[in-house]
Design a protein around this ligand. Structure first.
Ligand code: NI
Length: 177
């Protein structure tokens, strides 16, 4: 396995729409190796999620692991459908925008359809923090960074965020990615 370099904001690859993974790719050992590398890189960089474009691969693959006791979840060619109208505010960070946090509104609940890393269809609902992380990672596949959606005055460097607290206070959930 290999630890992959993470592209930082300003790198054009983060702004591209990533290509769908074709069905024949799942049987390719190179693709399976890439999934392992993506996950290893996420762990190495202390992320809860990582999208392929962040490691210079413009394909529609993300890995998410909200809890270290969970198995990593690979979403390939994911599609997100909001459930209801409700949205929630929460602070986010991103490995491609190091040492910053910002407040982003996301759908509170979503239905996600995708393939897993082996091409098997998966369908699930995500709520709250999990829904936020899925939306954040899947945005990367469309060339969108959380700072595009963040309330400008909420943006803070991590050190200052920790010292002074969130610049814009929110009720309810809060966390770091
Ligand atoms: Ni990110």
């Amino acid at each position: 396995m290999a630890i992959l370099q993470v592209a930082r904001m300003g790198n054009p690859i983060l702004r591209e729409a990533a290509a769908p993974v074709p069905p024949e790719r799942f049987a390719d050992p190179g693709f399976q190796r890439f999934c392992d590398d993506l996950y290893e890189s996420m762990l190495e960089h202390d992320g809860l999620g990582l999208a392929a474009p962040q490691v210079f691969c413009s394909e529609r693959v993300v890995v998410i692991q909200l809890d270290s006791d969970d198995e990593p979840m690979f979403l390939v060619n994911p599609v997100i459908h909001p459930i209801g109208e409700e949205s929630a505010l929460g602070y986010e960070g991103c490995l491609s925008v190091p040492d910053m946090r910002g407040l982003v509104a996301r759908h509170s609940a979503i239905r996600v359809s995708a393939a897993d890393r082996h091409g098997k269809s998966i369908l699930f609902e995500a709520h709250g923090w999990a829904a936020r992380v899925v939306q954040h990672e899947c945005d990367h596949l469309d060339g969108v960074l959380y700072v595009d959606r963040a309330e400008p005055k909420s943006l803070a460097f991590l050190k200052e965020y920790r010292r002074y607290g969130p610049p814009v206070a929110i009720e309810g959930e809060e966390g770091e990615e």
